[in-house]
Design a binder for this molecule. Structure first.
Ligand code: NDP
Ligand code: GDR
Length: 370
């Protein structure tokens, strides 16, 4: 039985990857952070009671900022594969917490690599590093491929640039199987609530259900290459199953503006919206509501821009070239953008129907302003 260790197992990708590896017969270990509240909602459905025999899913307390903790866990687990997904992963927040982000996203990667080297596991343990399309930053060429030059535009991306190169360096210096997956944006119903897609699908569900009036967004012109996280974790696994250690771009090859994602998400609940105005004065109003389940009045303003969400330096255009991963890995995504938006909106409508039920029986449901 192969043993995998996943950092960031409580996150979106960690949860889908853990599920995938368990289905392939792996023993899966994950590192979770201590928190004052339970933080394992995304993996509770695969949690196994540690008191049972033959448990294949095990969690360890840890943090990527703590070298001795990382060394001890890797020594105990003796993994065949490490997936380093743990990170302060929010680009805008990285401008507020640049030093912490560098420590966890940059040096955290070094801590994993160095632990494997110190423990003499370089020939046994394969390492996957969660690199990102944010490395491309300011557009140099499109579509972006494995050979496109990097130009990071945030403390997050600069930290990840260190993570990328230290992974390449350990591969070359110590002949380790250490590789980067350069993944473009991938989303799902498990996506963190403050990333733009999930913020939109949550707001659409809440507006349709009468729980919220409108949503404030930032740059509506940015373009992203969005895929489904379920498809993307499959690629992570494939990258580690190759004979040769190489870096791969994982993307759909199609890019869409934030504004169009908003339109698509409202369309899922039978609502049409029209944008007007420019820059920070841009708004969207309802022009049609075709779903008898949702009573949203025509002309209602449902989207407005708040410059608070503008970034000091922005990444305007991401569009990936997945040729190498499609040919060498045989990877092909199952979800297109429409199917992704459908999955996310349907899940959020279901989630907030529960809130509406609570509200109608006199309970107070929280507001969401992030
Ligand atoms: P999430 O934000 O959903 O998950 C991040 C995970 O990292 C969480 O489990 C979080 O724990 C954990 N974490 C945060 N800080 C630390 C720390 N100091 N020590 C240990 N663990 C920590 O991210 P995703 O699942 O979306 O992304 C996974 C990885 O892939 C990240 O490295 C991200 O930067 C990268 N990436 C993501 C892309 C995407 O579009 N989703 C695209 C390209 C790269 P907790 O739950 O306690 O907060
Ligand atoms: P990103 O994702 O920065 O690409 O990083 P995010 O969803 O945060 O932003 C995408 C684009 O949308 C614009 N935007 C807004 N973003 C947020 N969060 N909130 C808003 O209200 C809003 N309005 C407009 C942003 O300016 C940006 O252009 C994600 C993360 O998962 C990273 O960890 C990962 O490395 C990259 O994707 C690939």
């Amino acid at each position: 039985m192969k043993i995998a260790l996943i950092t960031g197992i409580t996150g979106q990708d960690g949860a889908y990857l853990a599920e995938l590896l368990l289905s392939k017969g792996y023993e899966v270990h994950g590192i979770k952070r201590r928190s004052s509240l339970f933080n394992t909602q995304r993996i509770d459905h695969i949690y196994e009671d540690p008191h049972e025999k033959n448990v294949r899913f095990k969690l360890h307390y840890g943090d990527l900022s703590d070298s001795t903790n990382i060394i001890r866990i890797i020594q105990e687990v003796q993994p065949d594969e490490i997936y380093n997904l743990g990170a302060m992963s929010h680009v805008q927040v990285s401008f507020e917490e640049p030093e912490y982000t560098a420590n966890v996203d940059g040096i955290g990667t070094l801590r994993i690599l160095e632990a494997v080297r110190l423990l003499g596991l370089t020939k046994k343990t394969k390492i996957y590093q969660a690199s990102t399309s944010e490395l491309y930053g300011l557009v140099q060429q499109v579509p972006q491929s494995e050979t496109t030059p990097f130009y990071p535009r945030s403390p997050y991306a600069v930290a990840k640039l260190y993570g990328y190169w230290i992974t390449v360096n350990y591969r070359e210096a110590y002949d380790m199987f250490a590789v980067n997956g350069i993944l473009f944006n991938h989303e799902s119903p498990l996506r963190g609530e403050t990333f733009v897609t999930r913020k939109i699908t949550r707001a659409v569900a809440r507006i349709a259900l009468g729980l919220q009036d409108k949503v404030y967004l930032g740059n509506l012109d940015a373009q992203r290459d969005w895929g489904h996280a379920k498809d993307f974790v499959e690629a992570m696994w494939l990258i580690l199953q190759q004979e040769v250690a190489e870096d791969f771009v994982i993307a759909t090859g199609i890019t869409t503006r934030i504004r169009d994602f908003v339109r698509m998400a409202f369309a899922e609940v039978g609502i049409e919206v029209d944008f007007s105005g420019e820059g920070e004065h841009e708004i969207a109003k309802v022009t049609k509501c075709n779903n008898p389940d949702f009573q949203v009045e025509i002309g209602k303003e449902v989207v407005a821009v708040d410059p608070r969400y503008f970034r000091p330096t922005e990444v305007e255009l991401l569009i990936g070239d997945p040729t190498k991963s499609m040919t060498k890995l045989g990877w092909k995504p199952k979800y297109d953008l429409k199917a992704l938006v459908n999955d996310m909106v349907a899940a959020d409508v279901l989630l907030f129907k529960k809130d509406r039920l609570l509200e109608s029986s006199g309970h107070r449901v929280p507001n969401y302003y992030e």
